[in-house]
Design a protein around this ligand. Structure first.
Ligand SMILES: Cc1ncc(COP(=O)(O)O)c(C=O)c1O
Length: 487
């Protein structure tokens, strides 16, 4: 498998460079792509990757949708023309089973409790506050949202932002800077990486979800700094995720928290994919693994997954949130989260907690857990290499070969199943995968249909890397640590 994956990559890269060679001598001298006297605007490698890789498969990515991201949704067809450019056909869409949206609890579409309240808030407050939080961008709904989220996640205070990505990338540089040390999981999200780089702090990476390696780095760094610079780090922050978005793995929070306590390092936990999705009342990885929220110093999360809205939050002590409100540029200078989006989050949390007077929230939480565990075990039985842990709704199926990305995606779409496929640069070149996101809104029939299609396409594309014998699979599952970092 490894040999053929490497061979496939070499062929793609080799032919790309060959075509580029002829392009340089036969095409470029007679065209005027770049402005005279200017350096090329595109970066070398990125340009090569776009022309020789992405453009050939771009019909598999950024497919527009023409309805709400429910269990079934309308996917706009993309067609390729002769020049490998891909065009949308906005008039032609097909109804597909949705295995790609992060609509974990099913709040991404019409909800009998949330939607009327969102419409009311749209009528009253409009789509945008047209102002930052500190100017005229704080409505009564924003205040209620921060109180509601603080109570929900179990922290004293909360600050909310209009975008989850910007929450990480703008908050981390406010928390730490030069003279500080960030120790980051090797598979952390790009928003964390950019936030860490922008902070100016020293950055060390620990092996994905490996507490023993984290401890080794902490010991090394504390000792090194004290002997070399004769002064300790100003502060150390360890950054992890609740559920890793490309792996579907749940973090080893209890072990990491106890190591951080031992070495007096702060814990920053990104719960983008775990808040709302796991835990008995949807309170995320702390509830799921029995960790006291008081032991997690900075709790971050997004509203774009389980709550069917957009935006992000930081939850922490009263002093921490006060400090962030005075210093964070995304709070001071960016337009506040739209009021209807804020209302959607409040309403979704009320449903989750049963404060709407129904037990729909509890049913949704039970449904996502059952759906996820059923789907994962069936994929295992069929012989796929599936990453992640039980109870996690994120299920990457390993494809490995870059060439299998378009094959898998197009064949599934042909059968009206829409699945997000992920390759370089979101994953290492050799670790392409299809990422399935399970929702509480999927019915048993939906899941069975999806399994039939994935099974068929799996045979066609040759991605069943294990024999399909349930017994053997069970042994594999129990005996092997799964996760792409282990390969
Ligand atoms: C771990 C993690 N953090 C942050 C984000 C950014 O969140 P948003 O998409 O809400 O901007 C994502 C996005 O998927 C994520 O996976």
């Amino acid at each position: 498998m490894y040999f053929s994956t490497y061979l496939s990559c070499c062929l793609i890269l080799g032919f790309g460079h060959l075509r580029d060679f002829f392009r340089r001598i036969l095409v470029l001298p007679f065209t005027d792509y770049n402005l005279q006297g200017y350096a090329p605007i595109f970066l070398d490698h990125e340009d090569f990757y776009m022309r020789r890789g992405y453009h050939r498969v771009q019909d598999c990515f950024s497919r527009p949708i023409a309805s709400a991201p429910d269990a079934w949704f309308d996917v706009v067809e993309k067609v390729r023309d002769d020049e490998e450019k891909v065009l949308d056909r906005p008039t032609k869409s097909r109804k597909c089973l949705n295995l790609g949206s992060y609509n974990y609890l099913g709040f991404g579409s019409f909800d009998e409790y949330c939607t009327p309240r969102v419409i009311e808030s749209l009528k009253k407050f409009s789509a945008s506050t047209c102002s930052s939080r500190v100017d005229a961008g704080t409505t009564s709904v924003h205040v209620e949202l921060e109180e509601c989220v603080a109570k929900y996640v179990g922290k004293h205070s909360v600050i909310v932002f209009g975008m989850g990505y910007a929450t990480n990338s703008s908050i981390i540089p406010i928390l730490i800077g030069k003279g500080g040390l960030i120790i980051s999981d090797s598979l952390n999200h790009n928003s964390i990486i950019n936030g860490a780089r922008g902070s100016g702090a020293n950055i060390r990476i620990f092996q994905h979800n490996t507490p023993s390696h984290l401890e080794r780095i902490l010991r090394e760094e504390i000792a090194k700094r004290q002997t070399k610079a004769h002064k300790p780090w100003k502060k150390i922050i360890v950054i992890i995720e609740g559920i890793y978005s490309m792996e579907g793995e749940i973090c080893k929070l209890p072990e990491i928290v106890s190591i951080c306590k031992k070495y007096k390092a702060y814990v920053y936990l990104d719960e983008a994919h775990s808040i709302g999705a796991i835990g008995n009342t949807g309170r995320g990885v702390c509830e799921h693994l029995g960790v006291n929220t008081a032991d997690v110093d900075i709790m971050m999360g997004t509203f774009s997954k389980s709550f069917g809205s957009c935006g992000g939050y930081i939850a922490g002590s009263k002093e921490l949130i006060q400090y962030l409100k005075h210093h964070c540029p995304a709070h001071l200078y960016a337009t506040s989260i739209s009021t209807p989006s804020a209302q959607q989050i409040i309403s979704a949390i009320k449903v989750i907690l049963g404060e709407d007077g129904s037990n729909r929230g509890a049913q949704k939480l039970a449904r996502i857990r059952d759906n996820s565990n059923f789907f994962r075990s069936e994929l295992w039985k069929m012989g796929f290499k599936v990453l992640g842990d039980y109870d996690s709704p994120v299920m990457p199926i390993m494809l490995y070969h870059p060439a299998k990305i378009p094959a898998f995606s197009r064949e599934c779409l042909r059968e009206n199943v829409a699945i997000a496929v992920v390759g370089f640069p979101a994953t290492p070149l050799m670790l392409a995968r299809a990422r399935i996101c399970i929702s509480a809104s999927h019915s048993k029939q939906d899941l069975i249909k999806a399994l039939e299609v994935i099974g068929k396409v799996g045979d066609l594309t040759g991605i069943k890397y294990f024999p399909a014998t349930p017994k053997k699979q069970e042994e594999e599952r129990d005996g092997i640590k799964i996760g792409c970092c282990s390969m």
